[in-house]
Design a protein around this ligand. Structure first.
Ligand code: SAM
Ligand code: SF4
Length: 331
């Protein structure tokens, strides 16, 4: 039976599952996945597609209505389109979205659209090929840009572009990205750089707050706020007067959106996680593989929702590094 909604101790409605389907990636973004020293999971430890589908069906019974596929890079996993086709058959899901680095998007975009996916997030931290290479360790700027254009051509709506802003690295491109919305229907989402994973290069000196970003963008024109809906994430949205696209500001560190956080995460190895910044996890894969039964698994999902931390505590205790790499949690 479907429950209307699933709330936890502070009455937040948890309806959004971020699902990491692989810890592998074809880029090596400096803030996410170091070039060396990453211990990838053995394939046998990664949830199979059948296992993921089973757990999503159970999550839906606990109020999940939106799923975002992420990783690592979701498009590198073999059989992705068949999996997506099956996921899209789960009727109670109101929204399925995808976050991708765009490297393989040009070739897969039409199949993704044919599955019924209309919204897509593509990560791109620089509009300059050489800088893209410095940030990602790979010379794939053109491929990603072609992927973005293909998504636009196929009328994904919206095409969201995620930009992690880092002082001294790409903060001089904030206005260039914002200007893109004047001509293109893109939703540019500026994300605060987060201290996630060992050695991800985070330091207070590299941090740029969404307040500062908002101020830069304000120099381009009048910024009109846009209201968000119940399944929207924590982005503060606005439009530059007369623009075709819009701007989102994700103040993961500076802006205390924990009170409104509607997310649950599942890692590629099948651990449920209530908060990006808390290393508390519930292993749901082991009982699934031990055939403990759906009632037990449903209970674990309920527990993960119930035990979701009230807040990440960063304002109070200062930035803490979370131990896992971002690529294994899914961003
Ligand atoms: N590989 C896909 C991609 O890059 O879009 C999906 C996974 S990635 C972990 C999801 C999102 O997390 C990306 O937009 C990425 O830029 C963002 N991200 C990764 N590490 C981050 C960090 N330390 N701070 C802020 N955002 C981060
Ligand atoms: Fe890969 Fe995405 Fe992490 Fe970059 S941010 S290394 S593309 S998982």
């Amino acid at each position: 039976m479907l429950t209307e909604k699933s709330t936890e101790k502070t009455n937040r409605v948890i309806n959004y599952l971020r699902l990491s389907i692989t810890d592998r990636c074809n880029l090596r973004c400096v803030y996410c996945m170091p070039e060396e020293g990453i211990n990838f999971l053995p394939h046998s430890e990664i949830l199979t597609y059948e296992e993921i589908l089973h757990l999503v069906r159970l999550s839906v019974q606990n109020g999940i209505r939106k799923v975002r596929l992420t990783g690592g890079e979701p498009l590198v996993r073999k059989g992705f389109i068949n999996f997506l086709t099956s996921l899209c058959r789960i009727e109670a899901l109101k929204e399925i979205t995808l976050t991708t680095n765009g490297v393989l998007l040009k070739d897969l975009a039409a199949d993704i659209k044919a599955c019924g996916i209309c919204r897509i997030n593509i990560s791109l931290d620089s509009l300059k090929a050489e800088r893209f290479f410095q940030i990602t360790g790979r010379d794939y700027f053109d491929r990603v840009w072609e992927g973005i254009q293909e998504a636009e051509r196929l009328e994904f709506n919206p095409v969201k572009i995620n930009v992690v802003v880092m002082k001294g690295i790409n903060d001089d491109e904030v206005l260039d990205f914002a200007r893109l919305t004047l001509e293109k229907p893109y939703h540019i989402r500026f994300i605060e750089f987060m201290p996630v994973g060992e050695n991800n290069g985070w330091s207070p000196q590299k941090f740029v707050s969404t307040r500062e970003i908002h101020e830069y963008i304000g120099t381009l024109g009048n910024l009109r706020p846009v209201r968000s809906n119940a399944l929207d994430g924590p982005a503060k949205r606005c439009v530059i007067e007369g623009a075709k696209g819009e701007i989102g500001l994700i103040g993961a560190l500076s802006n205390h959106f924990c009170k409104k956080c509607n997310r649950l995460r599942m890692t590629a190895e099948g651990h449920l996680r209530g908060c990006l910044f808390s290393d508390q996890e519930i292993d749901i894969k082991t009982p699934l593989r031990e055939d403990k039964g759906d009632a037990h698994l449903l209970n674990l999902i309920r527990q993960a929702i119930k035990n979701k931390p009230r807040e990440h505590g960063i304002e109070r205790y200062g930035p803490r590094k979370c131990v896992r790499q971002m690529s294994s949690i899914g961003g």
